[in-house]
Design a protein around this ligand. Structure first.
Ligand code: T1G
Ligand code: NAD
Length: 708
């Protein structure tokens, strides 16, 4: 037996234990170890039945994702041991009971389904999350799951990739029994009960595979849903086709059909991008100069200043994580408005089945609206979300400095202001940090954690950890104007406006980026956030504009006309009573008039140019940010754009996308734009250097990680 797989005995019951921390992935050596154990069990007359269980905190979290890169780069053969190993388990003459705790995900659930019985603790979760990696189950999961859970449930689980609870798995016969108390004891007892009885082989259980007529509407509805929910992604559609194959073909042929689809997905750019994202979401939590064992500041109570658009959502994020929150406003009307928005948001979440009414009631009890700073002296952390103005921020932080207890974290939700300047309003700048939530703050997963010059490592480490607790992805960024996300978004939206001024219609610009995969086009995003937000900021920073550099004109003019977007019923689009965007010929007329007045010659503009100018504007600014050190890694930028700006996960983020295109090609295109459009398209030195060296942003990250 290998260290990864142990075989022990409890009298007549054999116990196979997988020990491959942290998540018992089916890394090389594990399938082989399981295979050997099954062979021994089959031959050992003293064994009546067996239990397979995971050591540590979980059953098996699937295939070893780290191996995929090696397979697609040809440096490792695909784990061919999987499917034969599963058949060996299924064909074992002694009943094999799979004992599940933690997660049985991907190859982990496929392993469990090859067993003859499955028992689980109530807290366990099972699932086929492969589509979240841009692949599909590749070890007969799409063939065995419909045989256990039925076609509809199997399609749902394989196409959306969300796990189900042990309770739901029991309801759908994915597991046979829930074990209260000690799992191993319960599983061994269960094994003793089934010992000597015929061991049911999942692959032979065809009774739930339905008929073509009954299944056709299921697959049609699943494909529709995939086109809507996973627009542009190939894996969910491939997963549906694989489950469909299970209903039409004998098991072995179904497995072949699955394998073919699996390999197509695995070698796709989409999968490489989504695996990059998987590891990226874990990498962003690692701060090179903030050690893993940095002491954390306990955050058991929080206070929020301002109950407006952001303050309310921030309050909900903490309450949803069971942290009591004080929420302060200046007057009763504003406070009541803040609380009613919170209640409305919770009602929507209940309607959408995200929360139960009981959950909401509990959470509302944790929120204390107030008009004073009373109680702030007890708060472990304060998040300020008042109007965006330096004077007011300094006034509030001065007050907090006077009131808050020693060691309390003082955070600002500012989206553009200098954190160090805000910190100067206190005598404890080490306690000040930026926590830049994204609107709506109770929904958006991204949290930019803005490091000030003096922000202490304890404060940084605490905020990074806390972001996970409140269901966010915390990314540490530097304190430059607009931090990382908004700083890059500026050039992206600038190019979108320039394109509209140069003759592309508003709808064409949005359609091009939407088809590229963005959740929403740049013009529609502006209308949603409010065109006046950027307008006020541009006016505040007018003195910093580079003389002679071309500036967008249209959006300021729209704002001067009071067209702020959805909130005023018109912006780049007109909006009906349901806030549906309607192209406005008046805007098209105004654009050609303003262009003529500004001497801009309008022309036909291709979809390709629209995409390249907007996306490469992101990449070029991203390269500057990396070079200046305001983002730790290129992958941090990718995670920011996926979780804060609706960038498509299957493209991996702007920096990964540029690597996929090839930095030489991106650099050449940017030089082209520089020649055509001047100043704004000055190529970032880092981009030039990497392109010249034939390298990628991913190489930049590796070099940085290696301390080069
Ligand atoms: N392979 C390799 N490494 C993995 C891994 C995996 N499957 N799962 C986790 N890790 C690493 C992770 O990178 C991190 O490393 C550490 O383990 C802890 O993870 C044949 C083809 C199980 C819910 O998609 O969803 O099976 O950063 O921080 O929050 O059909 O990990 O510490 O160096 O996420 O407690 C399908 C992926 C694979 C599940 C635990 N399986 N994992 O969450 O810890 S494809 C998945 C998760 C497949 C078959 C197909 C989560 C988790 P590091 P963590 P966590
Ligand atoms: P908002 O105008 O919706 O809300 C600000 C609230 O602060 C108002 O209700 C106001 O009454 C209250 N307020 C002002 N002074 C106060 C004081 N002394 N004590 C208590 N409350 C006070 O603004 P918003 O959109 O929620 O923005 C708040 C902050 O968040 C700004 O710094 C903004 O830049 C930032 N931000 C906004 C967004 C966004 O999309 N709106 C996104 C990220 C960050």
């Amino acid at each position: 037996m290998s260290d990864l797989v142990q075989l022990t005995k409890d009298n007549d019951i054999a116990i196979i234990t997988i020990n491959n921390p942290p998540v018992n992935a089916l890394s090389p050596g594990v399938p082989e170890g399981i295979s050997d154990a099954i062979e021994q069990i089959g031959k050992d007359p003293s064994v009546e039945a067996a239990v397979l269980i995971g050591g540590g905190t979980t059953f098996v979290a699937g295939a070893d994702i780290k191996e995929f890169g090696k397979i697609t780069s040809g440096t490792a053969k695909r784990g061919v041991a999987f499917v034969p190993m599963l058949l060996r388990i299924e064909d074992c003459p002694k009943p094999i009971v799979m004992a599940i705790h933690g997660q049985a995900f991907g190859g982990g659930l496929e392993l469990a389904m090859a067993g003859h019985y499955r028992v689980a603790v109530p807290a366990a979760k099972v699932g086929q999350p492969e589509v979240k990696l841009g692949i599909i189950p590749g070890a007969a999961g799409t063939q065995r799951l419909p045989r256990l859970a039925g076609v509809a449930k199997a399609v749902e689980m394989c196409a959306d990739g969300n796990p189900v609870s042990a309770k739901e798995a029991l309801k759908y016969s994915i597991v046979d029994k829930l074990i209260e108390g000690d799992l191993l004891n319960g599983a061994v007892a269960f094994a003793r009960e089934v010992a000597g009885k015929p061991a049911p082989k999942t692959r032979e259980r065809n009774e739930k595979l339905g008929t073509p007529d009954a299944n056709a509407p299921i697959f049609a509805a699943a494909r529709d849903a995939a086109h809507k929910k996973a627009r542009g992604m190939m894996a969910p559609l491939a997963a549906i086709s694989a489950v469909e194959a299970a209903t039409k073909l004998p098991f072995d042929q179904g497995v072949e059909a699955e394998q073919k689809l699996f390999v197509e997905c695995l070698f796709s750019d989409q999968s490489k991008a989504m695996i990059h994202v998987f590891f990226g979401e874990r990498e962003v939590g690692k701060i090179p100069d903030v050690p893993k064992d940095t002491p954390l500041i306990p955050v058991n109570t929080v206070a929020v200043v301002g109950a407006g658009t952001m303050g309310g959502g921030i309050t909900m994020s903490f309450a949803n994580a069971a942290i009591p929150v004080l929420m302060k406003e200046t007057d009763q009307a504003a406070l009541d408005k803040g609380m009613s928005t919170i209640r409305k948001n919770y009602e929507t979440s209940v309607k959408r089945g995200r929360f139960t009414p009981e959950f909401v009631e509990e959470r509302l009890k944790l929120i204390t609206p107030t008009l004073s700073y009373d109680g702030f002296e007890k708060a472990d952390m304060v998040v300020e979300a008042v109007f965006e103005g330096m004077a007011l921020k300094k006034e509030v932080f001065g007050e907090l400095d006077r009131l808050c207890k020693p060691g309390a974290i003082m955070a600002s939700n500012t989206s553009t202001l200098n954190i160090d300047d805000i910190a100067k309003a206190t005598r404890r700048p080490e306690a000040v940090i930026g926590t830049h939530f994204f609107s709506p703050a109770n929904v958006m997963r991204l949290l930019e954690i803005v490091r000030g010059k003096a922000s202490s490592k304890e404060v940084i480490a605490t905020c990074m950890q806390l972001s996970k607790k409140i269901g966010k992805i915390g990314v540490l960024v530097g304190n430059c104007r607009g931090f990382v996300g908004n700083r890059m978004f500026g050039p992206y939206r600038r190019e979108a406006q320039f394109l509209a001024e140069e003759g592309a219609s508003v709808e064409a610009v949005d359609r091009a980026l939407y088809d590229y995969g963005m959740a929403m086009g740049p013009m529609a995003v502006g209308d949603l956030a409010g065109l006046d937000v950027g307008w006020r900021i541009r006016k505040e920073y007018k003195h910093l504009e580079k003389p002679g550099a071309r500036q967008p004109i249209a959006e300021d003019k729209l704002c001067e006309m009071g067209r702020y977007g959805q909130k005023t019923g018109a912006g780049w689009y007109k909006y009906d009573e349901n806030r549906r965007a309607i192209p406005d010929p008046e805007v098209a007329r105004l654009l050609s008039q303003w262009a003529a007045e500004a001497g801009i010659k309008q022309r036909q503009i291709s979809r390709e140019e629209i995409v390249d100018r907007c996306i490469y504007a992101l990449v070029n600014e991203g390269a500057r940010i990396l070079e200046e050190g305001y983002a730790l890694r290129a992958v941090d930028i990718d995670i920011i754009y996926l979780n804060g700006y609706g960038f498509p996960a299957y493209r991996g983020g702007p920096m990964w996308y540029a690597d996929t295109v090839g930095l030489q090609k991106v650099y050449d295109r940017i030089r082209e734009f520089h020649a055509q459009h001047g100043f704004w398209w000055e190529p970032a030195p880092l981009l030039k250097r990497l392109a010249d060296e034939g390298k990628k942003f991913a190489d930049f990250d590796k070099q940085k990680a290696a301390g080069a």
